[in-house]
Design a protein around this ligand. Structure first.
Ligand code: PAF
Length: 288
């Protein structure tokens, strides 16, 4: 696997991979790779001839009081993992390469980016859309893969790719890959390593409480009351606060007061100690 850090190196390496008309899959990451990322790489390998991964801790998607400086950086270990999965190329630009002096463009997706994490983390999805738009332009993959764990992010990227005509000819598929979970159900995340042993133990309450809430909603219980009970359950289990617990339409992410015929999603963001955990699960027809 080759690691490239400048745009010239990237373009030369991508052109070489493409020389025989091969298909390229892109797996964008911020590093600190875990089994969830490795699953993306394996799915990418099944979709294309070559997998290109990117590692870039994108400053534009972190708020002023968020964990940009603390975010784990382990490029050598990540590169070894990617290589062991057969990744062909690692794109690992420095911030000054991604955002040279004078960089002045912002990609902002309205609607789907506004509620949930968009409301709790102002500017976050602009940062994600801006960097992913650049990654698509830089690598020009045939397909790109993202984890469903960041369900709203996936919806924002799909909307951006559609609206900016990024889906053809360069990216003809944006593939969402189901969340990979620890044995106790906690969704894998690079931020799980911030949890103390006690917090890690308590954090399994998140997926369990979500599953219980889904069973109640699917069984006909009132949505607002069930979501309030879910929040109370998380606080009782040791979570400091709940940013949101919402039932939403799977495509538009518009809030739902009741379960209808269309696929729905339960989405939760909650804080335990200083760590913010997010999770989401299908509700209703998508599960049946
Ligand atoms: O999901 C992530 O790791 C990041 O938000 C992404 C998509 C790589 C953009 O920085």
């Amino acid at each position: 696997m080759q690691t490239v850090t400048t745009l010239d190196m990237l373009r030369t390496a991508v052109a070489k991979l493409r020389a025989d008309g091969a298909r390229i899959a892109l797996v964008p990451t911020m590093g600190a790779l875990h089994e969830g990322h490795m699953t993306l790489v394996r799915c990418a390998a099944a979709e294309a001839d070559h997998v290109v991964a990117s590692i870039f801790v994108n400053p534009k998607q972190f708020g002023p009081n968020e964990d940009l400086d603390a975010y784990p950086r382990q490029l050598a270990a990540d590169a070894a993992l990617l290589e062991s999965e057969g990744c062909a190329l690692l794109w690992a630009p420095a911030a000054a390469v991604m955002y040279p002096a004078g960089f002045a463009t912002n990609v902002s997706v309205t609607g789907v980016s506004e509620g949930l994490c968009g409301a709790a983390r102002p500017g976050h999805f602009d940062g994600v859309a801006t960097v992913v738009c650049k990654l698509f332009q830089q690598v020009q993959p045939d397909v790109a893969l993202f984890g469903e764990k960041d369900f709203q992010q996936l919806a924002v990227i799909r909307a951006m790719a559609r609206d900016l005509d990024l889906t053809r000819p360069h990216v003809d598929a944006i593939i969402g890959v189901p969340t990979v979970r620890e044995a106790d159900g906690l969704a894998m995340s690079s931020r799980n390593r911030y949890l103390s042993p006690d917090q890690r133990g308590a954090s399994a309450a998140l997926p369990h409480a979500m599953q219980a809430a889904i069973a109640r909603i699917e069984g006909g219980d009132e949505v607002a009351g069930t979501l309030a009970a879910l929040q109370a359950e998380l606080v009782a289990a040791g979570f400091a606060s709940v940013d949101y617990a919402a039932l939403a339409d799977s495509r538009s992410l518009a809030p739902l007061a009741m379960l209808g015929p269309d696929p729905a999603r339960l989405l939760v963001a909650a804080r335990i100690g200083g760590t913010r955990l997010i999770d989401n699960m299908a509700v209703g027809p998508a599960r049946r």
